[in-house]
Design a protein around this ligand. Structure first.
Ligand code: 3HC
Length: 284
């Protein structure tokens, strides 16, 4: 199967990043969201990112314009997915938000179309159960910031077909990303580890072991990480991190994934990281 047109459902940080890398790889893209204002924000994120590439002379302004021109948008999912070859769902990380989308996609997309989910930790099998084509449902876990990070985790369920896997691996490679295939298990691989880093960082802070700036600096310098746990939490989002920890905890019962109270309190007051202007740090 040749993929020409890709639908990305969701225009947030992840959805817009995915739409961007697909358009950069030459695919026609339709980025879909509920409201035009969400789409406009997503297009601005894409333009900002492309601006960084043009400033560094990694691409020309003409390239950037062509990439943006390849990204069509829609607020009507049913109409917009009728002629696509591949769908990537990247909406809010809640099963009760994602499941109805998979049900609607099932109705609106031709039978040949593969559905990939950019879920951070919701079982892909659960999402596939909302469709009549579970063999064509797969996880494609992109990493934030998508235009820069080099990997994608591909999640194969018990019933994902070999053909779906092959098409997806070829697609991921065409985006210039390295892919690793993992089992459909809570948090997969990347978030089994990243969620612990964020939770344990918050516990250290609760226990008063050191300041957050010092903990971040220590981890950057000691392990050569680009970011410490609190910078990472602010990038990922405290809301996303708590959801993720709760999902893994609920599915496994492992105490180490129980979100620490500090993270929960921060989510409650809206200190959820870069996107809200305040998380562990203040963001302009
Ligand atoms: N688009 C295009 N280019 C970008 C960009 C973007 N959105 N963000 C950063 N860049 C470029 C910069 O222009 C710069 O380019 P250069 O090397 O040519 O100068 C380069 O990336 C480095 O950026 P900065 O100098 O601004 O800052 P850093 O050196 O700190 O790098 C970073 C930024 C790439 C985000 C780096 O800090 C990093 O790798 N952080 C770790 C990110 C991480 O761990 N992500 C995983 C999150 S977990 C997840 O996503 C899973 C989910 O399910 C929760």
């Amino acid at each position: 199967m040749t993929i020409k047109k890709v639908a990305v459902i969701g225009s947030g940080i992840m959805g817009s990043g995915i739409a961007q890398v697909a358009a950069q790889a030459g695919y026609d893209v339709v980025m879909i969201d509920l409201k035009q204002e969400f789409i406009d924000r997503g297009i601005n994120i894409i333009k900002e990112s492309l601006g960084k590439f043009t400033k560094k002379k990694k691409i020309t302004q003409d390239d950037a314009d062509e990439i943006v021109a390849r990204i069509h948008t829609s607020t009507n999912m049913k109409d917009a997915v009728g002629d696509v070859d591949y769908v990537i769902e990247a909406v809010f990380e809640r099963a009760n938000v994602k499941l109805p989308i998979f049900e609607q996609l099932e109705e609106a997309c031709p039978e040949r179309v593969i559905f990939a989910s950019n879920t951070s930790g919701i079982p892909v099998s659960l999402l596939s159960s909302a469709t009549k084509r579970p063999d064509k449902v797969i996880g494609l876990h992109f990493i934030n910031p998508v235009p820069v990070m080099r990997s994608i985790e591909t999640i194969k369920t018990l019933v994902t077909s070999e053909e779906t896997l092959k098409i997806t691996l070829d697609f991921a490679a065409s985006l210039g990303k390295k892919t690793v295939v993992v089992k459909d298990s809570p948090g997969f691989v990347v978030n089994r580890i990243s969620a612990i880093v964020i939770n344990e960082g918050a516990k250290l802070l609760e226990e008063g072991l050191a300041t957050l700036e010092d903990i971040d600096e220590l981890m950057r310098l000691s392990l050569n990480w680009p970011m410490g746990p609190f910078q990472l939490a602010d990038l990922v989002g405290i809301d996303v991190s708590v959801d993720l920890l709760e999902q893994i905890y609920q599915q496994t019962g492992w105490e180490r994934y129980k979100p620490t109270p500090l993270l929960k309190r921060m989510r409650e007051v809206g200190h959820i990281g870069r996107k809200s202007g305040k998380g562990f740090y203040e963001w302009a």
